[in-house]
Design a protein around this ligand. Structure first.
Ligand SMILES: *[C@@H]1O[C@H](CO)[C@@H](O)[C@H](O)[C@H]1NC(C)=O
Ligand SMILES: *[C@@H]1O[C@H](CO)[C@@H](O)[C@H](O)[C@H]1NC(C)=O
Ligand SMILES: *[C@@H]1O[C@H](CO)[C@@H](O)[C@H](O)[C@H]1NC(C)=O
Ligand SMILES: *[C@@H]1O[C@H](CO)[C@@H](O)[C@H](O)[C@H]1NC(C)=O
Ligand SMILES: *[C@@H]1O[C@H](CO)[C@@H](O)[C@H](O)[C@H]1NC(C)=O
Ligand SMILES: *[C@@H]1O[C@H](CO)[C@@H](O)[C@H](O)[C@H]1NC(C)=O
Length: 395
């Protein structure tokens, strides 16, 4: 027994301490962790062994120049580090099933945070708070908020399947590559009060999204299956890529009063309660297609000046007025609308660009139709206009 303790003590005494502070270390128990306490900087990677059952406290270490990883560690309850302020590479927690305490009071900078499969992690004890992270991915945890994560900039942020997470508020000023939120708490509010610009952003299943300062998108932005009734981006003027609103079942109001230019397509589809698509009063140029389909009766794009792609309006409602207004803008080169023009109302199954015409004339068992294909389309030489629609009966 004496020997067990003597050996590591001797090793330190003869100057092996430096060697222990670099390389790749696998921690199997609390003793292995405390053996690192003299390493103010650990130069290398630290991993937690899969059969670890102890609480692991990596105390004393201030910086890890590589990664800190716990992957498939089913019996570890607590992971902490009282002095750790920086991880130069990744902080990976992957499938650590009963981990419930994550206590890093000094941690502020991590290159990549990659946490997935932490079904017992309900809160973070990050007193200082993470403020510098390039890539943040948090999935399948029980976190209810992001207290302890206060990023002012990020390249990639991916937050998904955290079913208890109902608040994502962050002082982000920009998103260098992509932000994606999906399937978090049913009441999740996404608040980015300081966000000025973002490359790509995708919001799914959110109950509110607040982006009051967003002024430009380098790439694209999409809203899918959200629960909000209103989306406002008052300062957004330009988007390098497309903008999409799809299947937001409560959406009644889109408001992008400053938007002038969309580099890709503008899609507003299947937002069943949106009666009026009038949220783009200054929109002039669209690099891709304009594709609006759903149950609206009113469409207004008063400043429209240049649409490089197709123009497709399809609605269950009568949209004759809108069609009359836009039809003169069509006509290919030299016209406002360069691509194919489609404008049809009173449809049973309004669809996206290219979904009209021949494909819907037959009654031969379209899979998307609950009844017969009731709308008969005639593609004339002058365009894809013209609908002889006979809507029979109810649904
Ligand atoms: C942005 O999204 C587009 C379209 O999905 C993709 O091609 C592009 O690589 C993305 N850019 C970044 C920086 O993530
Ligand atoms: C979340 O959004 C996706 C599409 O983006 C959708 O398929 C899914 O049904 C939504 N989930 C819920 C619970 O609404
Ligand atoms: C919107 O833009 C204007 C003009 O650039 C600016 O003065 C204002 O502060 C911005 N609003 C927000 C909420 O950022
Ligand atoms: C995105 O656009 C903003 C504002 O125009 C610009 O400052 C930023 O450098 C662009 N980002 C990238 C990655 O191109
Ligand atoms: C349209 O949205 C409804 C719910 O809002 C959804 O059930 C349906 O699958 C969506 N259809 C398409 C084509 O996205
Ligand atoms: C739509 O939202 C905008 C911005 O929040 C608001 O100013 C406007 O009054 C709303 N329109 C309707 C019809 O509610």
């Amino acid at each position: 027994m004496a020997l067990r303790y003597l050996v590591p003590a001797l090793a330190v005494a003869v100057g092996q301490a430096a060697a222990q502070c670099s390389g790749t270390t696998t921690i199997q128990n609390a003793g292995d962790a405390s053996a690192l306490s003299t390493c103010s900087t650990y130069s290398g990677d630290i991993a937690i062994a899969t059969d670890t059952t102890d609480d692991i406290a990596i105390d004393g270490v201030r910086r890890i120049t590589g990664s800190l990883t716990a992957k498939n560690v089913p019996e570890m309850v607590s992971l902490s580090g009282d002095s750790l302020s920086q991880i130069d590479d990744s902080f990976v927690l992957d499938n650590v099933e009963i981990l419930s305490t994550l206590n890093f009071p000094s941690l502020s900078a991590v290159e990549t945070v990659d946490w997935i499969g932490l079904p017992n992690l309900q809160e973070l004890s990050f007193t200082t708070g993470l403020s510098k992270v390039s890539s943040l991915s948090i999935q399948n945890t029980q976190l209810s908020n992001f207290d302890g994560i206060n990023l002012e900039e990020v390249d990639v942020m991916n937050v998904a399947n955290n079913f208890y997470l109902n608040d994502i508020t962050m002082p982000l000023a920009y998103v260098g590559e992509a932000l994606s939120l999906e399937a978090n708490g049913r009441d999740v509010n996404a608040n980015f009060p300081n966000l000025q610009w973002a490359y790509n952003m995708t919001f799914r299943n959110c109950s509110s999204v607040s982006i009051p300062s967003l002024s430009s998108l380098n790439g694209s932005m999409g809203f899918y299956s959200n629960y909000f009734d209103s989306l406002s981006a008052p300062n957004l003027t330009v988007s390098g890529g497309g903008i999409a609103f799809v299947s937001n079942e409560r959406l009644t109001n889109i408001s992008m009063p400053s938007l002038r230019q969309v580099g890709g397509g503008l899609q507003v589809a299947n937002n069943t309660r949106l009666d009026s698509v009038d949220g783009f009063p200054r929109l002039q140029r669209v690099g891709g297609a304009i594709d609006f389909n759903g149950d609206f009766e009113d469409v207004q794009l008063p400043q429209l000046d240049d649409v490089r792609g197709a123009f497709n309006l399809q609605s269950e409602q009568n949209i004759d007025d809108a069609c009359e207004e836009f039809r003169p803008l069509a006509g290919g080169r030299g016209s406002v609308i360069k691509g194919p023009f489609t404008c049809e109302g009173k449809l049973r199954n309004p669809g996206g660009v290219g979904s009209s015409g021949g494909s819907r004339t037959g009654s031969g068992g379209s899979s998307s139709s609950s009844g017969a294909a009731n709308a008969v389309y005639i593609s004339g030489a002058t365009g894809v206009m013209g609908v002889v629609a006979a809507i029979f009966g109810m649904l």
